[in-house]
Design a protein around this ligand. Structure first.
Ligand SMILES: Nc1ncnc2c1ncn2[C@@H]1O[C@H](COP(=O)(O)OP(=O)(O)OP(=O)(O)O)[C@@H](O)[C@H]1O
Ligand SMILES: Nc1ncnc2c1ncn2[C@@H]1O[C@H](COP(=O)(O)OP(=O)(O)OP(=O)(O)O)[C@@H](O)[C@H]1O
Ligand SMILES: [Mg+2]
Ligand SMILES: [Mg+2]
Lengths: 226, 226
């Protein structure tokens, strides 16, 4: 259960102030599958980083599972993230010079899972994403879509209560993309909460509900087109 | 006029050999607009890097405008690239800690264009891509789709004889993506050659011809689906 209450986020580049989010109210219920759509630069990734406790609002409040996130210090935030949130980054954020297998096993290490089990679960997650023959490859030895799928496997391997997916299919062909959305559906069917940013309106159709964002604001009736 | 003759490319990771391209024959005529489609991992970016003189085949020949590229040393290759080829990378490859304006102006510096003119042309290219108010932003201060558009502007600013675009719309909403394809059409209308890798079948429709690749091989009748 995720709640943004009048959340604003202003970036200060030192030369100019950029209001990336303005007065955003958003409630995501437990077990909901929500899609966020909107033009490039409209604030989607900014919103996602706040939802994922990777960034804090400039004003307003983010309440996660009943707890105002502002009350948590950085260590407590990190604990929440590793325990309950799976984050698929728009630009993958894979560990360089680290194999696909080790990349996917890493979040399980933070959860204290023993080495043999986490390598086995990582292997299974990568196989599910069609990368069973790429376990040893490092990011520079993988295609763009393969790197994207490693990021997806890494987020799914912990079976998180909340999955935040920032444009997870942008570098995948339609077949691979459909397989990813099917995995999200299966995760959702177990009761988990999913927030998905996508530019692909077909992918957005998989969600229960769509929220439209433009220039940092959520459209009141959800009818602003991307 | 680009010709791949029985081109193969094998990657050696030290643990395993990956045959990314196998016996590829491809001819792109001057002024043609060709789309390359195929599953993730099928060899598209590998082919593009060879076409762009950023990589050499393991076997076979690449003939660019009548010249076998194997006869050119690295300096001559770099000269060909800066003079005639515009490359849009799947992962953008922007210069870090460098503004969008400076990123886009850089290829013009390699062509010896005076500073004031190259900043003006860079500004114009970025404005054409909707980034006129983001000129000073560095890559980490831009959204994913904005970074993608900076990469596009950088490839277009030199008005190259050959444009190689590796998945240029993956992080763009449909409106911004359509604007990019329109710019490609305009470039093509002036007689330039365009090779475009895309997972978006609508985007592929903009090309004159489509080539289908799967497991490093080109489909003989172009009918293997992505
Ligand atoms: N440096 C490397 N070492 C080993 N294997 C590599 C290397 N780079 C790429 N590969 C492999 O070669 C194959 C082709 O890669 P390529 O990047 O050309 O695919 P692609 O068609 O562009 O895929 P995508 O649509 O996902 O971008 C992939 O299976 C990939 O794992
Ligand atoms: N560190 C930063 N400093 C200044 N401005 C920033 C910074 N990061 C993002 N921005 C700006 O904030 C706005 C929102 O960015 P955000 O990444 O949330 O967009 P987005 O909706 O995810 O876009 P896309 O669909 O292209 O990924 C953009 O206009 C961007 O230029
Ligand atoms: Mg984004
Ligand atoms: Mg590729």
């Amino acid at each position: 259960i995720l709640q943004l209450e009048r959340v604003s986020r202003i970036y200060d580049t030192g030369k100019v102030l950029v209001p990336a989010l303005q007065d955003v109210d958003l409630t995501v219920d437990r077990g909901e599958f929500l899609a966020i759509v909107g033009p490039s630069g409209s604030g989607k990734s900014t919103m996602m980083h706040i939802l994922g406790c990777l960034d804090r609002p400039t004003s307003g409040r983010y309440v996660l599972d009943g707890t105002p996130v502002e009350e948590l210090d950085d260590d407590a935030l990190a604990a929440v993230r590793s325990r309950s949130i799976g984050f698929i980054f728009q630009s993958y954020n894979l560990l360089p010079r680290t194999s696909a297998l080790e990349n996917v096993a890493t979040p399980l290490a933070y959860q204290g899972v023993p080495r043999r089990e986490r390598l086995e679960r990582a292997r299974a997650a990568l196989t599910l994403l069609g990368l069973g023959d790429r376990l040893d490859h490092e990011p520079t030895e993988l295609s763009g879509g393969q790197q994207q799928r490693v990021g997806i496997a890494r987020a799914l391997v912990t079976e998180p209560a909340v999955l935040l997916a920032d444009e997870p299919t942008g570098n995948l062909d339609s077949h691979a993309g459909a397989e990813v959305i099917e995995l999200f559906r299966q995760l959702h069917a177990t009761g988990r909460t999913i927030v998905l940013i996508t530019h692909d309106l077909e992918v957005a159709e998989a969600a229960d509900r769509q929220v439209h964002i433009r220039d940092g604001r959520i459209a009141p009736d959800g009818r602003i087109a991307a």
